[in-house]
Write a new protein. Sequence first.
Length: 167
Amino acid sequence: MVIVGSGTEPPVGVYELLDKFPITESELRNRFWLARRNIHFQADPDNPRVFDVTMTGPEHSPYEGMEFELELFVPDNYPLVPPVVRFLTKIKHPQIDDFGYIRSDFLGSRWTPSFGIHLSLLIVLELLREPKDERLSEEAGQCFDMVDEKKQNQVEKICLDFLRLSL
């Protein structure tokens, strides 16, 4: 099993992964950079194209401090097509469907090969912080419609209560 985390030296097994899966050294550095932002992932021991991801909800969002498990699948024609990222942890979010799949132009039609895996995961983190108008769930989207600064704490409380009740 390959574990990518913080530290100065790559963990044992990283070089075997590099042999099986064509990623650059800079992409590997980006993985360590993500770990410092509470995004951690490890390769599935049975499939080097699947990564198990854990992510902490970003500050100043309704998901702040919540732990999420995700799955990242790297298709055969990556980086020409984006990786498929889905939430395994149940979540109510306007851009995430009931099966955990994410709707984002940046992980679809606006994808470019230069984004890489690290930016894909940062896009997901940013969607938790600030969802866009591409709603899959209208009910969850209503939590983010109230943007008046005076109501921000109330909105976060309402959204957190909504999330806890729905999980």
